[in-house]
Design a protein around this ligand. Sequence first.
Ligand SMILES: [Zn+2]
Length: 73
Amino acid sequence: MDEDNVVDINMKDAPACGRCFMLVARYAPQVDAPTGTYHRECFEAWYFGRFGRRPRLYADGSRHLYQVRDKAA
Ligand SMILES: [Zn+2]
């Protein structure tokens, strides 16, 4: 965890992770899935547990926001 990146984050507007229910920081690695927002690590762990493989994630013009292209998700 790089502490330097979390100093100025306003957590008021942060969504809650759909898996661990902790807030997802604005600039934290996260996945924008049809079912909600997840930490990237949470999403990968959930997806791997369900489908037995890693999700196919695509960065959407930034380094921290990913979208999943699998129909299964
Ligand atoms: Zn999470």
